[in-house]
Design a binder for this molecule. Sequence first.
Ligand code: ZN
Length: 198
Amino acid sequence: MTEYRTLPAGTGAAVGIKQGQRIEIKLAHGLQVVDFWSMNAKDHGEYGSMPHCRNKWFRLSPRKGDSIVTNKRNPIVTFEEDSSTGGHDTLIPCCDSKRYGELGVKGYHRNCADNYKEALTAFGIEPPPLFLPINLFMQVPIGADGTLMIVPPRAKPGDRVVLRAEMDIVGIMSACPHDIFPLNGPDCKVNDVDYRVY
Ligand SMILES: [Zn+2]
């Protein structure tokens, strides 16, 4: 079984995962939202698509046993285990430089969009255009009037998600560097995350 590796807070990584292998993402160092993108290793134009997932699940968030499906409606990864109480966001695009500018940040702020590009480039793949990730552990409750809120994860430190690959995939993770809203935890702190492929 492959050793855990640490994804440093605020950074990204891409990993190859063969059909039948699993990726475990574990909150070993505290609460943290992890943006996760999946793409077909043999066809980078086929990727895990949140609108298609919501259509398939008829829910906003996956449960254990649900598969993320692609823009071609094929299962790409399955939630084999989820020790959090669930509630992973499928609505919000990943953070980027312009978003931090809108939030009043002056100068460069690390962001998931750049992490996606850097991770794929380091992995040796020309980054395809960004698409919606699943934001693991991120809570976006919806008010009765449709208002969206961003609140700290319901997950606890030590919680983990195990995703089984349904085809050969490239998985991209970003330990979201957002430290303005309490989406990574009530203290707005950004933490390392552990992961392994096995
Ligand atoms: Zn982010």
